[in-house]
Design a protein around this ligand. Structure first.
Ligand code: QUE
Length: 364
């Protein structure tokens, strides 16, 4: 029996180690289920004052959800598979957001998709010089989930749209700028910080005391001036080109920028042109609809979208091209933005459940 998530309790800390290093700690249904269960136990356990999350191996925290499993299950009961995985994963995301004690996450190396979902709701999010973050779902014909409709709307200006649509990879400094991380630290300090965490007894501390003690401990290992954020330098361009409400208008605006000699607009245009038109339109629509919604509402909306996207061509074609055949040469269908209809996009937001029957009905 292999354990893909390790739990340890020591000196008032509950440790969660994602332990599937051969798959970059990608989350499967059983992993998200046990994490959610353990959080529910630790929430009530007065001997636990603090939760710390890290990834096993040297590649990073977590590459995302186990999306390949959908390809393998495509001829089976795909609705059940989607429900088992996504509903449980989103419950875990929500449990992290509402967890009443401080959570520390060590976001070293790869932190993508579902890996952002496991880190973004914590209060002590530590990035390093090795952090590589992305919401890469546009590459696999999917859409940014794990609450992206909620948290991407909180990034500065139009950055959430840019992250979602471009699927670009960002650094630790970028993550802090984007509001997805809190502290920058050299990765060589992590062992020492861990020892610092383990050398004191957190058990008798109140949540307020734990919070204060934790931030001063982390601050003593942090790098006071992180390297500059690259993405901060293109904020004005992102705001100019991505302020539009439709993919057609964003494409037009980038294309015009390119014609006027803006190389960044040209590169971004070329990048977006390679993504699934369906995924691009869905991402834009979910961000629009996510504005002003609670996390629970956003997760319900994303689960509704899941139950439809698992019946589209692009979802399997995207997973095939990135995770199965790895040719990175997907044939999207519909192939062009103009082939999408309003009715088609809107249909993803019609819930297959009556509100009182929704599997995530209890999430606030
Ligand atoms: C988009 C994604 C994922 C991705 C690549 C994308 C994703 C995911 C993985 C992944 C990577 C390495 C592994 C693994 C999974 O890649 O969600 O098991 O070993 O989990 O472009 O959404």
């Amino acid at each position: 029996m292999e354990f893909f998530v390790l739990f340890q309790e020591a000196s008032g800390i509950g440790w969660i180690t994602l332990n599937r290093p051969k798959a970059l700690n990608a989350l499967n249904a059983s992993m998200v289920e046990v994490i959610e269960k353990q959080l529910a136990i630790w929430k009530e356990n007065p001997a636990i004052s603090l939760v710390c999350i890290e990834g096993a191996g040297d590649k990073g925290l977590c590459a995302g959800g186990d999306m390949r499993s959908f390809y393998d299950e495509k001829d089976g009961d795909i609705d059940q598979h989607a429900l088992d995985f996504f509903a449980t994963e989103y419950r875990m995301n929500h449990a992290l957001d509402t967890f009443p004690k401080p959570i520390l996450v060590y976001m070293d190396g790869i932190v993508m998709g579902g890996g952002i979902g496991i880190s973004v709701y914590a209060q002590n999010r530590i990035v390093t010089e090795r952090t590589r973050m992305a919401m890469p779902e546009m590459n696999i014909g999917y859409f940014p989930d794990v609450g992206a409709s909620y948290f991407l709307n909180k990034s500065p200006g139009q950055m959430g749209k840019y992250m979602a649509l471009s699927a670009k990879t960002f650094t630790g400094s970028d993550a802090i700028y984007l509001g997805l991380a809190d502290v920058y630290m050299q990765s060589e300090k992590w062992q020492e910080l861990k020892e610092g965490l383990q050398s004191r007894n957190w058990e008798p501390l109140s949540t307020g005391e734990t919070t204060a003690c934790l931030s001063s401990l982390i601050a003593s290992f942090a790098q006071a001036t992180p390297p500059p954020s690259h993405v901060a330098q293109v904020q004005e361009k992102v705001d100019r080109y991505f302020s539009k409400d439709s993919i057609c208008e964003i494409f037009d605006s980038l294309n015009n920028g390119a014609k006027e000699g803006d190389q960044w607009a040209e590169e971004t245009y070329a990048l977006l042109k390679g993504k699934s038109p369906n995924s691009l339109a869905l991402a834009l629509e979910q961000l629009k609809r996510g504005k002003g919604k609670t996390l629970g509402e956003c997760l319900r909306m994303e689960l509704d979208m899941d139950m439809q996207i698992i019946h589209t061509h692009d979802f399997y074609e995207g997973i095939r091209s990135v995770l199965v055949d790895k040719d990175r040469n997907p044939k999207w269908n519909p192939a062009q933005i103009k082939d999408l209809t309003r009715k088609w996009i809107d249909s993803f937001f019609i819930s297959p459940w009556a509100i009182e029957q929704h599997p995530l009905k209890d999430l606030v």
